[in-house]
Design a protein around this ligand. Structure first.
Ligand code: PEP
Length: 250
């Protein structure tokens, strides 16, 4: 199964635009070998009904189950809205919401408890050493996560410098060879934590300036199990082309 995950971030601005975009991309769900997951902003999660062919994901979750936490959204609310996935550890949340590995770990535990599959993003910033950052983030985010739970996590290698629209991003995607090295390094760390058998089964996907021209190379050459798409997921035609390029590989 190849994952195609759309991170809409804080876009679009109106319910009407969100509906139009969703209607334009819903056809992607017909591709049988691809698990398409759309992660819109919270306010739009309820407007798509319960689509059969496309899965819904949230861009965040709170680490407590319920109570006096102004502005937060619980896992149970997300499940109730039809979510199956939740993005965690994204560099923009680390940067703008001050999320640490410890916070991400707490959110990861809550997501798993609520039956939401975490899409766990990790990756180095420009100038940082890839291996050092990946090891630290994996060790921190996976603290006390069991061998059973690890199997529900989708890991994303997302080098922060490769993100297309961020202030810190260069907009240059990672080379497939470098993504391959990062993926193998992640498997090595996961092997150390959970053993080889589980590490081999772990899904690792790539994120950062993915478009219809480069998406397939991350599957073919970097042995990734899918892609996380930000900017290009807001362009229905481009997103559909990405989906077709992945589907043609299977
Ligand atoms: C992201 O930030 O999760 C992402 C994939 O962004 P982009 O595709 O725009 O680089």
């Amino acid at each position: 199964m190849t994952f195609l995950i759309a991170n809409w971030k804080m876009n679009p601005q109106t319910t009407r635009e969100a509906r139009v975009l969703f209607e334009e991309i819903i056809d992607v769900g017909r591709l049988k070998n691809i698990e398409t997951v759309i992660c819109p902003p919270f306010p739009f999660l309820s407007i798509f009904g319960s689509p059969k062919s496309i899965r819904l994901g949230s861009q965040d979750i709170f680490w407590e189950a319920q109570g006096p936490y102004t502005g937060q959204v619980s896992g149970k609310m997300l499940k109730d809205l039809g979510c199956d996935y939740v993005i965690l550890g994204h560099s923009e949340r680390r940067q703008y919401a001050g999320e640490s590995d410890e916070i991400i770990n707490a959110k990861l535990k809550m997501a798993l408890k609520c039956g939401l599959a975490p899409i766990l993003c990790i990756g180095e910033r420009a100038g940082e050493e890839m291996g050092e950052v990946l090891a630290a983030q994996l060790n921190g985010c996976l603290k006390d996560i069991s061998k059973t739970e690890i199997q529900d996590i989708i890991f994303v290698y997302e080098p922060v410098w490769a993100i297309s629209s961020g202030i810190v991003g260069t907009g240059k995607p990672c080379l497939p060879d470098d993504a391959l090295s990062a993926g193998l390094f992640m498997k090595k760390i996961i092997t150390g934590l959970y053993g080889r058998f589980l590490a081999e089964k772990t899904a690792i996907i790539y994120g950062g300036s993915v478009d219809s021209k480069n998406a397939a190379s991350f599957i073919r050459e970097a042995r990734m199990q899918g892609v996380l798409v930000g900017g290009a997921s807001l362009d229905a035609e481009e997103f559909s082309k990405i989906a077709d390029s992945l589907n043609n590989l299977t």
